[in-house]
Design a protein around this ligand. Structure first.
Ligand SMILES: [Zn+2]
Length: 416
């Protein structure tokens, strides 16, 4: 009887989500920050020894989490980049939690943040504001982006060691050379180590450790079609009692950080950002100024967002009205796979004042090509959106549309 009672109690107490969230705590975050933002890491400028130290630290941590390597060389992906007239090398760090559903584990949700910062005096990577002060010549970058780097470490550990097993796979990415112009994330987006068209969502954490008294900016709540993403983001932050300011698409910061590299490829992306402060890119961005309690909430909210987005029966897709310099498409549509390696967008809703509505696209049209090139077979709508956004300012673009048995050419005017 006693054994039965204890068994019953254990059963009642076992809550994999609560157990996993419990491991994302202030002390762990502080310990990571005290290493990453220490003077020994010399401000982690990409292409310099302090940055290599940070990569080694991440590697050692991740190897103990039980996650799979997801780089090109184990957990690492090396790339070359140009900065200040020099060619340098740096490494992204990538790990994977394999999805639990055989039918969905080849799809991915991604959480990323940059591990680099702007270095120490004399290291030319740009972005060193304010100059050395009171003998301090190291830009430690505790908030930018030691905070996001540490948060993703705790989330990765909670998934790797815990008992929460989402259906889709989760990719953990620590991008490098962001401060040199989003180099690492852009490199991955053009040399993805998992098929980027299978990435259904990206959550970017950059500067999430300061300003605990003010709501956190959540940028891109409407970057996915429908209201599912916004609901997930809102509920995850509410569950952690984390106050937020929501921005449908971007409130500027997003396009200055790595989420933009994935968004540009048609991956719905969100950014968590606790906003600017006086130590931004100054030598005083130190670990003792981080609001660890709030940072833990941010990391736990991120854990929840990943679980929810990874478990959706149908993965998130780009909202075609997401601005990226170009105009909103003003349509909704379904992806259709066509013969060969081609795809189409079956239009279900047309906004009359949108770019495509004005051009004459109507419901039930099947859009099959844009500027003479067929749409991709894997993500036609995202492909159409991406190419339309890229073509901004180029005036008129021809699209091929099937209307019933009839093939029509429709010219879209992109200039506002
Ligand atoms: Zn940053």
């Amino acid at each position: 009887m006693r054994a039965l009672l204890i068994g019953l109690l254990l059963l009642l107490q076992s809550d994999p989500l609560a157990d996993a969230l419990h491991t994302i705590d202030e002390d762990t975050l502080k310990a990571h920050e005290n290493v990453l933002a220490s003077d020994a890491f010399e401000g982690r400028a990409a292409g310099f020894p302090g940055n290599e130290k940070a990569v080694d630290y991440l590697l050692k941590e991740i190897q103990s989490y039980g996650l799979k390597p997801a780089g090109t060389d184990g957990y690492l992906q090396e790339f070359e980049f140009e900065t200040q007239g020099e060619t340098r090398k740096a490494k992204n760090v990538l790990a994977l939690l394999e999805g639990s559903d055989p039918a969905l584990k080849e799809e991915y949700v991604l959480i990323g943040g940059h591990l680099d910062h702007v270095g120490r005096k004399g290291q030319l990577v740009g972005g060193q504001k304010g100059g050395a002060k009171n003998g301090d010549e190291i830009w430690n970058g505790a908030d930018d982006n030691g905070s996001g780097t540490s948060a993703i470490l705790t989330v990765a550990r909670a998934y790797g060691k815990g008992q929460v097993h989402p259906k889709r796979s989760i990719l953990f990415a620590w991008w490098n050379a962001e401060e040199a112009g989003l180099k690492g994330s852009a490199w991955w987006a053009s040399h993805p180590t998992r098929p980027i068209e299978k990435v259904t969502y990206c959550l970017n954490l950059d500067m999430v450790g300061r300003n605990p008294e003010r709501p956190m900016d959540v940028e891109g709540t409407k970057n996915a079609e429908g209201d599912t993403l916004e609901r997930i983001l809102t509920e995850a932050c509410e569950a952690e009692k984390l106050k937020i300011s929501k921005f449908d698409h971007s409130n500027e910061a997003m396009f200055r950080s790595d989420g933009a590299s994935l968004l540009r490829q048609g991956v719905p992306a969100t950014m968590f950002f606790t906003s600017w402060h006086a130590d931004y890119h100054e030598v005083g961005d130190h670990a003792d100024k981080i609001a660890y309690g709030n940072l833990a909430k941010v990391a736990r909210a991120a854990f929840r967002v990943l679980r929810e987005t990874a478990d959706l029966p149908v993965g998130l897709r780009i909202n075609p009205d997401t601005p990226l310099g170009g105009r909103p498409l003003g349509i909704r549509g379904e992806d259709v796979k066509l013969d060969g390696d081609a795809g189409g967008v079956k239009v279900s809703v047309v906004a009359p004042d949108g770019a495509l509505g004005k051009a004459g696209v109507v419901e039930n049209d099947l859009i099959v090509s844009f500027r003479g090139k067929p749409l991709s077979s894997t993500r036609p709508l995202a492909d159409l959106w991406k190419r339309a956004q890229e073509s901004r300012g180029e005036g008129a673009c021809a699209m091929e549309v099937l209307r019933g048995a009839e093939k029509k050419e429709i010219t879209v005017e992109w200039k506002r």
